[in-house]
Design a binder for this molecule. Sequence first.
Ligand code: SAM
Length: 296
Amino acid sequence: MTNRIPIASPVRTAAIVNRYFVHAKKNLGQNFLVDLDAVQGIVRAAGIEPGDQVVEVGPGIGSLTEQLLLAGGKVAAYEVDQSLPEILANELPEKVGGQDLDQRFKLIMKDVLKADFATDLAGFFDLSNPVKVVANLPYYITTPIIFNLLESSLDFTSLTLMMQKEVAERLAAQPGSKDYGPLSIAVQTQMSVDLALEVGHASFMPQPKVDSAVVVLTPLEKPADVGDRKQFNRVVKLCFAQRRKTLANNLKTLLPDKEDREKLLADLDLDPRQRPEQLAISDFIRISQAIAEMNK
Ligand code: SAM
C-alpha cells in the first residue's frame, strides 16, 4: 500500500522513519520534504522532461528524487549519510518508465563539495549533453555548493535549488537593497536569477526554523567579462567589508595610498561618498579592472 503513496507525504515519511529507525540529522541539514505540491513545484520550476540528466544534491529518503524520476529524469545524486543507501534502494520505485531503477538512478556516496563531476558521472550520463542540477540543499553549505557548481566544469542548463529564503533574496538582490552584496554580484555576473516559489515550514519534517525559497539560476548567454574572477570576487568582498562606510573608506585595504584612491575614483567618475550597495555591477567590474591595471 505504502508504495503508492509518494515519499513526499507525512504518512509515508513517518512510515519510513519508523521502519528504519532513522532520525533527521541536524548537522547534515536534513529537513525532508513531505509536501507533494512543493516537490512537484520544484520539478516544474526545473522544467524536467523525459530523458533529462539530473544531478541531485542530498536525496535524503528520496522525496524529490522520486518525483524527478517520475517526471522522466535520469538522476545521479550525491549523499553523505550512510544510513540512506538502503532506504533509497528499498523505497524508490523498483521500475521507472519500464526500466529498472539502477538504469535511471545512481547514488554517489560523496560530499558534493568534493565532487569530481566528470569522473563521478562518466558512464552513467552522456557528458557531451548538459545536465540540470536540482536540490533541496543542505542549508548549512548553501553558498559553498553554489560557488562550487559555478566554478566546476559541469555543463548545466540550470540550477534549481531550494535554500533559505534569506540567501535566495541575496542572490536576486539589486543595487540599493539591503540584501545586495558580494553573493548577488558574483552570481549575477554569470547567471540570471529567478525566484520560482516560496515554501512554508509545514512542508518539511522536521520543520526548519528559517523560511525557504526555490531559485532557478540559468547561465547568461554572455557572462560579464570580469577578468580574473577570483580577483574580482576579492575586490567586491573588500568593497563591502564595511557596508555602512563609504566606498573611499572601504577601498583603503586595496589601495592604502590616499592619492591612489582619489585618482581611481575620479578616473572612474565615482562619488567617493557612495556606499558600496549603491554601485552597479558594472561599477565593480570597472573598479576591479582599474586596480588590476594599477598593480601591473
Ligand atoms: N532531498 C531530500 C528532501 O527534499 O526531502 C533531503 C533534503 S535535506 C534538506 C539535505 C540532504 O543533503 C540530506 O539528505 C543530507 O544528508 C544531504 N547532505 C548534507 N551534506 C551533504 C554533502 N556535503 N554532500 C551531499 N549531500 C549532503
